[in-house]
Every structure is written in C-alpha cells, then in structure tokens.
Design a protein around this ligand. Structure first.
Ligand code: AMP
Ligand code: FE
Ligand code: FE
Ligand code: ZN
Length: 290
C-alpha cells in the first residue's frame, strides 16, 4: 500500500477477547477489506485480542500495534463522572508485571458480574450467570454482554435501554468496578515498553473540553504520552481543542472508533458513524516516538 495523505487508521478496536463481537481474525480481515493502513486491538483489561492477532499473523499490507484499554481510577482531585480509561500501545504482550496487573483486573470482573446479576434478579430480571457464560465463550465478560442477554430475553428493547434503565453508572444494577489507579496504569504500560494515552477525553463528561487540561498535566507528570484526540463522539470543536492541548504539552495524538461490532451497532470500523477517519500520520508519529 502507498501510505499517501489519504491513508487512514483505527487505533481503538475491541475484539471477542473483551466486549467486541468480531474475533481478532475477523478484525484483521475487515481492516484489510476497508483498506485501513494501520490498526490496534485495544481490549478492556486484556492483551489476549492482540496476542491472538499476532498468533494468526498480520497481513503485510496492514500495520499493527498491540494494545490494551485499562479501566483506571482517576487522580483523587478528579471532578468528573465519566469513563476513565488509559490506552496502552505497542506493549510487550508477555511483560510479567503487565500480565499480573491485568489478571487482577480480570479477577475483579469475575466477582462483579454475579453481583450485577444478583441485583437484576432482585428487580425481577431473570438472567443467570450460566446464560451469560453461554453467550460469551472464553472472552472477558462485562456489562455489554449482560445488556445483550437482556435484549435477547425481551427485558429491554436495546443495549442502550439496558444501560439507561439498569446497568449504567448510578442505575439500580450498577456495581462499581475495581480499578487500578492511573499512576499504576501508566507505569505498567511504560514498564511493558508501551505508550500510555488517555482515552476518549470527552467521555469523562467535562463541562467544557478545556477543563481537562489540568488532568492532562497531572497525567503527563505520571508519564502519559498521548491524548486520544480523534473519536466518533468528539465534535470538530472538541478535536481542535484537544489537538491544541496535545501540541501545547508535547503529547502524541491518537484516534480510533472504539469499534465493538454489534455491541455498538452504529459504529463502523475505520469510519465511526460515517464520515469519521483518523489520518495515517498519527500512526507514524506514534511509531517514531517508540
Ligand atoms: P464494563 O467493562 O462492564 O464496565 O462495561 C463498559 C463497557 O460498556 C464500555 O466499554 C462500553 O462498551 C459499554 N457501555 C458503557 N456505557 C454504555 C452505554 N450507556 N450504552 C451502551 N454501552 C455502554
Ligand atoms: Fe467496551
Ligand atoms: Fe473506553
Ligand atoms: Zn474502548
């Protein structure tokens, strides 16, 4: 492929190793069909998606970064309510400390799911752990799988309704997740030779996107290397403010769709809701920094 100015990438993709519905093999095939120049598989709290892709073999026409998306606890002074996730790129997937840390997070999820199911049962939503395990196979379970089961059994019409009525933060079946603190998440990614990046800043729910600058400064002091500037939910205004912020603080810019297959049916790999794209140059800059 000729990596001209029009080449595009997608550095935020979930596989069946977490809550995506495409296997790593299907992701590699789709990325090729879509002519993407580079991708990263960034599963929640596991590197198994990346590991499987590498095992299958990445086609020579596609550049591939290993990845992970860690659910972290924000700094103590953090004033927002939204999802705080740290992406790690180009990590060594066999790094012992990284794997030990991810194992702890996976264990915590295993304890959390039955609690969520218990809460649903007490609200007369009859879903069981056995049904849930049947749904998923060996991937890592999370709320999206529970939401899909609720749709299947007719308790809600959509995954969104399941989150809005039951599973979302502050809703009756919500159970908080154990998180490692952000400094440890950043440290463990750096320790595995990776590049830590703050995911989808707009989903933190700041009043104004400018308000996250303090957070970015705090995280940079911990070793943060980049900001996920391009994201389907980011308006052109948000993108331009985040790009300015990245430049001011000498941070890398990354971007991706957060593709989850049918668990986020409106989001397509590479193009988000349609006209979204991430320029290839961001991949080159990321690689140069390693
Ligand atoms: P969990 O890992 O179990 O905490 O679930 C987090 C995942 O649920 C996120 O990565 C999203 O994929 C999905 N999610 C979170 N909030 C919503 C929402 N309101 N609607 C649909 N999916 C959501
Ligand atoms: Fe997810
Ligand atoms: Fe995320
Ligand atoms: Zn994600």
């Amino acid at each position: 492929m000729d990596y001209n100015n029009n080449a595009t990438i997608d550095l935020h993709i979930h596989s069946t190793a977490s809550d995506g519905t495409f296997s790593p093999a299907e992701i590699l095939a789709l990325a090729q069909d879509l002519n993407l120049a580079a991708i990263a598989i960034t599963d929640h709290d596991t590197v198994n998606g990346s590991k499987e892709a590498l095992g299958i073999g990445v086609p020579p026409s596609l550049k591939f970064l290993t990845g992970v998306e860690i659910s972290a606890a924000p700094p103590p002074s953090f004033p927002y309510s939204g999802s705080f996730h740290i992406l790690g790129y180009s990590i060594k997937i066999d790094d012992p400390l990284l794997n030990k840390t991810l194992a702890t997070l996976q264990e915590a999820r295993k304890n959390r799911n039955p609690e969520i199911i218990g809460r649903l049962n007490s609200m007369s939503v009859a879903v069981s752990m056995d049904e849930l395990l049947n749904e998923v196979g060996d991937g890592q379970l999370g709320r999206p799988h529970i939401a899909r089961l609720m749709v299947k059994k007719g308790y809600v019409e959509s995954i969104k309704e399941a989150f809005d009525k039951y599973l979302g933060k502050g809703k009756p079946a919500y159970v908080d997740k154990y998180r490692i603190d952000c400094s440890s998440a950043i440290e463990v990614i750096l320790g595995a030779g990776g590049v830590p990046v703050i995911a989808h800043p707009y989903l933190l729910n700041p009043e104004n996107i400018e308000d996250i600058e303090e957070l970015v400064i705090t995280l940079k002091a911990m070793g943060l290397k980049g900001i996920e500037v391009y994201y389907p939910e980011h308006s052109p205004h948000v993108i331009s403010k985040l790009a300015d912020m990245a430049n001011r603080h000498e941070l890398l810019m990354t971007g991706g769709t957060d593709f989850h297959g049918s668990l986020k049916p409106k989001i397509k790999m590479g193009s988000g809701k349609g006209d979204f794209f991430v320029p290839y140059i961001l991949y080159e800059k990321l690689i140069e920094s390693i």
